[in-house]
Ligand binder design. Structure first.
Ligand SMILES: NC(=O)c1ccc[n+]([C@@H]2O[C@H](COP(=O)([O-])OP(=O)(O)OC[C@H]3O[C@@H](n4cnc5c(N)ncnc54)[C@H](O)[C@@H]3O)[C@@H](O)[C@H]2O)c1
Length: 244
């Protein structure tokens, strides 16, 4: 698949770690202009020094509605938005033992943050007649992982939002899709209780975690101009765990 990325403005949230970071690195290699949003200033600055001028770091809490609106206003035309910022909150906890403050925070980042950033870019994409929005969901949002109420429910909300937005933009040249990975070893997974990670990995028929290379390759297709007849869909990256 050959695409010219050099004219594309790509925004990635959760850019400083894990999936978001790998996606930024890939798009800088492909010649795109990449803006990375994250809370983690030192990690973003370190990326800038490695990746050079094609990478612009923006310190931003994606839950802060005024700041998000101001950041996207300043950025101007965005061709591709990839929403990777996310948190698990406390895991390995039964629903009845969850802390409402923790549940609310997880929804704020995973659902509300992705809602805010997509709300900010869609009008410009629609008026220019082109755009790709990709929300990072999770297998947890499709299937529900026991011990992960807030995370699973917030990712299900992301999948629901994708269906709505995907249909709303159909025919405008813009697509909105989601991607549901199973387990990919990143700092997010590193800090989860090992019991919870074992539970998730044991459910993968291929018997292994996904790799960042596999993730990046799928993202590259979904947000490319070639992927033009799919919108509102949640792509699968689960080694056979989800077959729908
Ligand atoms: N790693 C996996 O196995 C896996 C599986 C399924 C889905 N996902 C999803 O993929 C996305 C990325 O996961 P990851 O494994 O790379 O996680 P990660 O913890 O390595 O990276 C997440 C990044 O998001 C940033 N972030 C958190 N809250 C933020 C906020 N309010 N504003 C701005 N930035 C914020 C963090 O600082 C961090 O840099 C998440 O949405 C996650 O739920 C990951």
């Amino acid at each position: 698949m050959h695409q010219d990325w050099t004219t594309q403005n790509i925004v990635v949230t959760g850019a400083a770690s894990g999936l978001g970071r790998a996606i930024c690195v890939r798009y800088v290699q492909l010649g795109a202009r990449v803006t990375g949003l994250d809370l983690n200033e030192p990690a973003l600055l370190e990326m800038q020094s490695t990746l050079g001028q094609s990478f612009s770091p923006v310190i931003c809490d994606i839950c802060d509605r005024e700041h998000v609106a101001a950041v996207f206003e300043r950025l101007g035309g965005v061709d591709v938005l990839v929403n990777c910022a996310g948190i698990t909150g406390r895991t390995n906890v039964k629903s009845q033992d969850t802390d409402p403050i923790d549940v609310e925070r997880v929804f704020q980042v995973n659902f509300f943050g992705s809602y805010l950033t997509s709300k900010a870019v869609l009008p410009g994409m629609i008026s220019r007649g082109y755009g790709r929005v990709l929300h990072m969901a999770s297998i947890a949002g499709k299937e529900g992982n026991a011990g992960m109420l807030a995370y699973s429910a917030s990712k299900a909300a992301v999948i629901g939002m994708t269906k709505v937005q995907g249909k709303e933009v159909a025919g405008t040249g813009v697509t909105v899709n989601a991607l549901s990975p199973a387990v990919i070893q990143t700092p997010m997974v590193d800090v989860m209780p090992s019991e919870q990670v074992k539970y998730m990995t044991a459910k993968i028929p291929m018997g292994r975690c996904g790799s960042l290379d596999e993730l990046v390759a799928m993202v590259e297709f979904i947000v490319s101009p070639s992927c033009s007849f799919t919108t509102g869909f949640t792509f699968d990256l689960t080694g056979g765990r989800a077959t729908y």
